[in-house]
Design a binder for this molecule. Structure first.
Ligand SMILES: Nc1ncnc2c1ncn2[C@@H]1O[C@H](COP(=O)(O)OP(=O)(O)OP(=O)(O)O)[C@@H](O)[C@H]1O
Ligand SMILES: [Mg+2]
Length: 484
């Protein structure tokens, strides 16, 4: 629950749809703060203290803030904020005549009531620092007029429009570019940034005084939406420039008085996104090729081993084929998923399949299953870990079940940030007193080296249970197992 909801629920006793209404306002009120060069405070009635409580606050991007400190949660008496108190009681917009000096600078305050179901539930206080007021240019006059219109819409419940919010990353802001249009879609005013955006889109000559429909930028949809009083967000690309436009119809009693259009050039952003997508695709392609190459190497070794007379050498080559194939598996997984992380469970399943397929004796069935989840691992961790798992699985079927069937369980445990990998079999078990450091052959030596030097972890292999069986445990510390 946000602090707004918590405060409004506990102190102002507002619930459900009332909270939704307040949330909708604060999700889109940055534009009002920016257009009015004002700090905005959202006040509600504090039932406990018979006072006013600030439940949300926002600062303008277009002017210095009045309030350095965070005021959310502050309780004020109605006497300290007479305009807010009156607006809350009477449900009308209240403009304070004289500037208030209590914060050290002259502040002009305007209280806008927010009603729900015919009842005033909160008040937005628009607070402008008068010491910062400049000689009004057309930009400022346009901003302020639009701010007044939005304030009125706020009080009438016509702004924000349902489903539209500006608190997402790409949302155009007032400072990105503002276009004021009349109900027919003719540009009355375009801020300098908005003009630059239109220039880059290829609009030559005047922007002001022309209809949006004349620009040949698919603006007809905007003009239509405006006529219907509907908000619209659309993107246009021309001459290598990408511009995002957000239309906010200005309405009064649902009659369209005109529109505000926020315009943001997002060429660089989109270019970046495309580049990232392209890079992603390239990286996947490379993993795909590495996988293919490794599979070719494995096939070559397999071909060669068929020509060899010595069973021992053939065995050694087939071990190498398995190791190379384990690495290829990780690259294959990386070539399918976007990003540089591997869903390691997938790799583990494939390794289990691979080792199971290598089993030939139907009389000694070995069941393998996976418990828990490894989550996503970086490629640097996944590759050595796949090799380790492959060695442990191979050992279980090769040594544990040399003369019987049984079960192998692969367990992943990520409850802590470390990763715990255990391969447990109920086979014959390593001998009593067997020690991984002194008794390992090549397979476990490889596994040990990878776990200790590549992954910074530990590997233990021990006999378990009264009837034998082996448990091999690799413990990877948090940094190696980290998914980031
Ligand atoms: N799950 C297991 N059950 C029974 N014995 C095991 C198990 N894992 C390992 N061992 C014993 O440990 C020895 C060393 O294993 P290691 O993987 O290092 O070498 P290897 O399997 O003999 O040869 P390589 O893996 O190089 O082909 C094995 O020969 C076997 O005796
Ligand atoms: Mg082995």
């Amino acid at each position: 629950m946000s602090s707004l909801e918590a405060l409004a629920e506990r102190r102002a006793r507002l619930h459900g749809p009332e909270l939704d209404a307040l949330n909708a306002v604060v999700s889109d009120w940055q534009i009002l703060a920016d257009l009015s060069f004002s700090d905005l405070l959202l006040f509600a009635r504090d039932h406990e203290a018979d006072a006013l409580v600030v439940v949300a606050q926002i600062r303008p991007y277009t002017a210095p803030t009045i309030y350095q400190e965070d005021l959310v949660g502050t309780v004020l008496s109605p006497r300290e904020r007479p305009a807010v108190a009156r607006s809350l009681d009477e449900g009308v917009i209240v403009r304070d005549g004289d500037p208030d000096w209590s914060s050290g600078v002259p502040v002009r305050e305007e209280a806008i009531p927010l009603s729900f179901d015919g009842r005033t539930i909160a008040v937005v206080s628009r607070e402008a620092n008068l010491s910062m007021v400049r000689a009004p240019s057309q930009l400022e006059l346009t901003y302020l007029q639009a701010a007044d219109e939005l304030s009125q819409m706020l009080a009438d419940g016509e702004f924000p429009l349902p489903g539209h919010r500006s608190d997402h990353e790409l949302a155009p802001r007032v400072g990105d570019g503002l276009v004021r249009i009349d109900p027919a879609g003719t540009v009355i005013y375009a801020s300098p940034n908005a003009m630059s955006a239109y220039r880059r889109l290829g609009v030559s000559g005047a922007v002001m005084g022309r209809n949006l429909g004349d620009f040949d930028l698919d603006d007809e949809a905007i003009v239509e939406a405006l006529a219907d009083g509907e908000p619209l967000e659309s993107e246009v690309e021309a001459r290598g420039t990408v511009v995002l436009r957000r239309l906010i119809p200005i309405t009064r009693g649902h009659r369209v008085l005109g529109g505000l259009m926020l315009v943001r050039e997002v060429t660089e952003l989109r270019r970046h996104e495309r580049l990232l997508l392209y890079k992603d695709a390239t990286i996947r392609e490379i993993h795909h090729r590495v996988k293919n190459n490794l599979q070719t190497v494995a096939s070559l070794l397999r071909l060669q081993s068929r020509r060899l007379a010595s069973a021992e050498v053939r065995e050694a080559l087939s071990e190498s084929v398995r190791r190379i194939s384990s690495i290829a598996l990780v690259h294959e997984t990386l070539s399918q998923d976007s990003g540089q992380r591997v869903a390691f469970d997938k790799v583990a399943h494939r390794l289990i399949d691979m080792v199971t397929q290598g089993l030939t004796d139907q009389d000694r069935p070995v069941q393998m299953r996976l418990e828990g989840t490894a989550g996503e691992l970086s490629a640097e961790v996944a590759t050595p870990l796949a090799l380790v798992l492959s060695e442990l699985l191979q050992n279980a079927v090769e040594h544990g079940f040399a003369d019987r069937g049984g079960e192998v369980v692969v367990q992943f445990d990520r409850r802590t940030s470390a990763l715990h990998l255990a391969v447990v079999d109920d086979g014959v078990g390593v001998d009593e007193g067997w020690d991984v450091v002194t008794d390992a052959n090549l397979g476990l030596q490889i596994a040990m080296t990878l776990v200790e030097s590549e992954l910074g972890g530990t590997l233990d292999v021990e006999r378990v249970g009264a009837h034998g069986g082996t448990r091999a445990v690799a413990l990877l510390p948090a940094p190696a197992a980290s998914t980031i």
